[in-house]
Write a protein that binds this ligand. Sequence first.
Ligand code: ATP
Ligand code: MG
Ligand code: MG
Length: 495
Amino acid sequence: MDQTARKPTYDDALQLLNSTQTGFKVLEERRRLCQKLDGSAVEQMRQWIHRLGYATGDLNRLNIVHVAGTKGKGTTCAFVNSILQKYHQSHGIPRKIGLYTSPHLVAVRERIRINSEPISEEQFTTYFFEVWYALESSAIREGLDPALKPSYFRFLTLMSFHVFLRENAEVAIYEVGVGGELDSTNIIEQPAVAGITSLGIDHVATLGDTIDKIAWHKTGIFKNGCPAFTVQQVPEAMQVLEERAIEKRVKLATVEISPSLQNIDIRPAEDFQRKNASLAVKLSFTVLKKLGVATENSLKELPEHFVHGLESVVWRGRCETLISGQQYWYLDGAHTEESLEVACSWFGRISKEKEFPRVLIFNQQSTRDAVSLLKAVHHAIYHHFKLSFQHALFCTNITHKGNSYKVDFVNRNTNPDALQSLQLQKELAAVWHDMDPNTEVAALPSIEDAIDHVRNIYGGGRETQILVTGSFHLVGGALSVLEGQKFALARSTAK
Ligand SMILES: Nc1ncnc2c1ncn2[C@@H]1O[C@H](COP(=O)(O)OP(=O)(O)OP(=O)(O)O)[C@@H](O)[C@H]1O
Ligand SMILES: [Mg+2]
Ligand SMILES: [Mg+2]
């Protein structure tokens, strides 16, 4: 971009950011060569942070709460954020809270928040270009190719560090991207505290296919001298966590579901969420203690701010309900077997109370085994709840009709030919038809097509309950289409 021509806009920033996506062809090649992550990614991050003019030690000023895990990372971070936000509102401590999470639901800006608010378009643009140009000019100074940029997630991670340091955040809460050991967030040397949420199987190509290999990666965020907490895990995972804690000389404690949560309105009222909340409580106590706030570190009775923080947390796209006319939309971005079970049990519990027809909208366009995930949905709904879907719609992750994406959702990492031919969608429709021949199935080219299809099913005149799940791209796209359409929407949070 010509820097002298005009002031770059938010849209320019997003276009350039999208240009850093690795791209389908490179990803295919990596898969073909079975390339795993290696230590070079973290080393490269260190070099980039230096090129922005920081030492890695500068990050210690951020009193980081670092969270890894297979499921519940984002939610746990959101709980910590909400608790700290309540403290901030009443005591002015922490002065400023940064929150870095992924993926985003409806706008990239959501990934970088200050005091709970996504940074503004203006801030995003300013900080984006500060980082972009600093990387270019340092590359030129060092005789490197200025066109070489960190890939999408790494760029945003770098940018988040820059934003929080520039904004003088007193605490920053960081969700790991993938794994821990080799993740780009792992240049953090001395976090205030580390947390590991529930472990399960995901990202097998990069982390390994067994729970112990996955657990090993997650413990990469353990740092000598920094306390760590985890929740109850399966024994194979727990053993690895304990061994690595000893090896790294880290004090690791396991957090049980706190009895005090029984009287608190945790949403959804499921044990997995109480686990996330209990872990968040311990992480918050620890970081507040580091800031010199004397809180009673007891889980028997929670201080008022903790209760308010837990009850008022907003974390969209997870067990979210939208009511639009006669339609009850239930949206959850779950995309692993364990989390789909959780999402389906939430939907099943609510749905069995109603006689209305049920519609499933499902998509999972990455390298995950979409068929197995779909079977997990079937199993949970048909076997556990003895319920069925009258319609099952399989769409791509393209937001709008006519192959157009909202700029925040552009995804270069999926095979365009497979999207065009609806290859996966047709396969999923056939799999579902085999499992339940009574369901009417359809493969559709976009999220908007699927939503319109639902509106047309019963002429819009009949109450319907729709479960949208399998991917955050799908749920984020569905939310932006639903909210963009002129229907009166009532939002209700999961119970
Ligand atoms: N502790 C948990 N155990 C199992 N499933 C969970 C747990 N916490 C959340 N989930 C499910 O996983 C979904 C995603 O939750 P969340 O965003 O907190 O996870 P995440 O670890 O950030 O996931 P991602 O890898 O997509 O970033 C939720 O909607 C919920 O259905
Ligand atoms: Mg994940
Ligand atoms: Mg997440």
